[in-house]
Ligand binder design. Structure first.
Ligand SMILES: NC(=O)c1ccc[n+]([C@@H]2O[C@H](COP(=O)([O-])OP(=O)(O)OC[C@H]3O[C@@H](n4cnc5c(N)ncnc54)[C@H](OP(=O)(O)O)[C@@H]3O)[C@@H](O)[C@H]2O)c1
Length: 234
């Protein structure tokens, strides 16, 4: 069945991979990019719309809801995929542990990776109310897990931002029972963020995420899953 889907950060990386697979499967997908003019691959993939969105900018988030609503009154699935690391702030990711990092590096990642997606969900929520079996899929990370964070204490801002995203996911699942809210770890992926040495291709991660998405039901709300559909430890 064709679904109406929004993917944030759809111009490259995992977001572009997910978007291509969803379009190939016959879904209608609106993709977002910070610079829509530069998102030629997203447009060429057949996106229903390419919308401007910077999840670290309140004005951009506030403008996004009305811009999307001008194109459709219904969304079935929102995929909060866009995200950043401390590398995007010009610092060495491996040297951002709790004994070295600074307040702006930590706060900006929480703002962009956790609060931004929450505000995007608020903007899209009226359109999800018209959707069929509506879903919010938050692309989190294994690094948001307490279990993994204890083993990989290199970037406290990034890890914490994904822990906050996970908390927002479980709270949303309880606060908003009409919508299925799920967090997913996409694997360690060969994108700009994951680097060429990562374990998984964008294609394999995206295929896994799309397959997990297709099988979600309301009973899954509040879960933290892997791209293979297994429960991830909190
Ligand atoms: N790659 C991995 O190994 C891995 C592992 C675990 C979790 N993740 C998560 O997976 C998601 C996708 O990551 P990726 O690997 O595809 O990373 P990527 O290749 O670096 O792409 C990042 C995407 O996020 C967008 N983005 C970054 N900052 C943004 C902002 N302020 N506002 C709007 N969009 C913004 C980028 O858009 P622009 O093109 O406009 O810059 C781009 O589309 C992220 O949430 C990431 O944390 C990735």
């Amino acid at each position: 069945m064709s679904r109406r889907i929004v993917v944030t950060g759809a111009g490259r990386g995992i977001g572009l991979g997910i978007t291509k697979k969803l379009i190939e499967a016959g879904n209608q997908v609106w993709g977002t990019a910070r610079n829509p003019e530069g998102a030629a691959e997203l447009r060429d993939a057949g996106a229903a719309g390419v919308l401007q969105l910077d999840i670290g900018d309140d004005a951009s988030i506030a403008a996004f809801g009305p811009a999307l609503a001008a194109q459709t009154d219904t969304i079935d699935t929102l995929i909060n995929n866009a995200g950043m690391t401390s590398v995007d702030l010009g610092v060495d990711r491996r040297a951002q542990g709790p004994l070295q990092t600074s307040k702006p590096v930590v706060m900006r990642q929480i703002e962009v990776n956790a609060v931004g997606p929450m505000l995007v969900t608020q903007q899209v929520r009226p359109l999800l109310a018209n959707g069929s079996a509506p879903v919010v899929l938050n692309v989190s990370s294994q690094l948001g897990s307490m279990v993994i964070g204890a083993k990989m204490p290199f970037d406290v801002g990034y890890n914490s931002s994904k822990s906050v995203m996970n908390m927002i996911t479980v709270m949303s699942a309880t606060a908003d029972p009409e919508v299925t809210h799920v967090a997913i770890h996409p694997g360690w992926v060969q994108s700009d963020m994951g680097g060429p040495g990562a374990a998984l291709s964008v294609n394999d991660s995206a295929a896994g995420i799309v397959s997990v998405l297709a099988g979600l039901t309301k009973a899954d709300s509040g879960r933290f899953l892997t791209w293979q559909g297994n429960d991830h430890p909190w």
